[in-house]
Design a protein around this ligand. Structure first.
Ligand SMILES: [Ca+2]
Ligand SMILES: [Ca+2]
Length: 291
């Protein structure tokens, strides 16, 4: 089919305008919302965005561990697009036992965005405890990591335990105001468990860490129990459900460094810009059709 010179020029103009718009969209997106998140070492990522939720199933957008929603958490505005609001009674997400991730726990990262104003008791952001005193991993809000792990307003307990069977754990705490009804980003970085090297980042900044236990856990195996988010899995039972909103849950099989944590903290894009960067491919197809 032959086009007239005039029609060709309108189409070329259309193509150029759209290309320019997409280019500006991508560039502006990058400059106003930071970059995409770090993907090196990323193993699982639940965005809690509404287009990743299908009934009770919640998609792992990076790995292959789709979560199961239990109870009736609400899909609400999150930090990046949508998040999930938990009632603090019976709502949580079961993100499975994470396959072989447990064996890599000794150098790992867990990240989440959280929002709650609840500070009357300690509650669990995420947790798994296997039978007895075996594998364990958790973040608990308004709980001390010091003797007896008591309720402590504005202190937060970060925990990792190995499969030796004797409660061989690192229990760390940081004192930061998290239960103030605002969004906060929390990252629990285990740099080298056997050497008790850990970092806690709050809102992108390395936080002062107080150590309750440092027993150099080193024998990591796969979790038997599933990990719960929005509450804790205490040896098969829901415990200390979280009243508040959670978003952008990510797990890495390596410790992120300070710059990488900052990049993730600043990102309002998640992985989405990668889709935008693939546009030139589609664009070539559109050009072919037009020509
Ligand atoms: Ca989200
Ligand atoms: Ca409920």
């Amino acid at each position: 089919m032959r086009f007239t010179g005039k029609r060709m020029s309108i189409q070329d103009h259309l193509v150029s305008s759209l290309a320019l718009s997409l280019f500006l969209l991508t560039v502006c997106g990058l400059s106003t919302n930071g970059a995409t998140i770090v993907t090196d070492g990323l193993v699982h990522y639940w965005t809690f965005d509404k287009d990743t939720i299908n009934g009770k199933q919640i998609k792992d957008v990076w790995g292959k561990r789709n979560g199961i929603i239990v109870g009736d958490p609400k899909i609400v505005a999150g930090w990046v697009r949508e998040g999930l609001q938990f009632d603090g009674k019976d709502d949580y997400v079961n993100i499975t036992n994470l396959g072989d991730f447990g064996s890599k726990l000794g150098s790992s990262t867990f990240e989440a965005w959280m929002k709650t104003d609840f500070n009357k008791e300690w509650v669990t952001l995420f947790k798994v405890l296997d039978e007895g005193c075996n594998m364990g991993w958790a973040i608990e809000i308004n709980r001390s990591a010091l003797a007896g792990f008591p309720f402590k307003k504005n202190a937060h307990h970060f925990y990792i335990r190995d499969a030796t069977g004797g409660c061989k754990a690192i229990a760390a705490e940081t004192e930061t105001i998290l239960s103030d009804g605002k969004w906060h980003y929390v990252a629990w970085v285990v740099e080298q468990a056997e050497k008790n090297r850990v970092q806690i980042y709050i809102d992108g900044q390395s936080s002062e860490v107080k150590i309750g236990q440092e027993k150099g856990p080193s024998k990591f195996i796969n979790f038997k129990e599933p990990v719960f988010v929005g509450g804790g899995n205490n040896r098969g039972k829901l415990a200390r459900p979280f009243p508040g909103t959670l978003d952008e849950i990510r797990i890495y099989n390596r410790p992120l460094n300070a710059a990488e944590v900052k990049r993730n903290y600043q990102s309002k894009l998640g992985l989405r810009v990668e889709a935008a960067l693939k546009l030139p491919v589609h664009w070539a197809n559109i050009r072919r059709v037009l020509n």
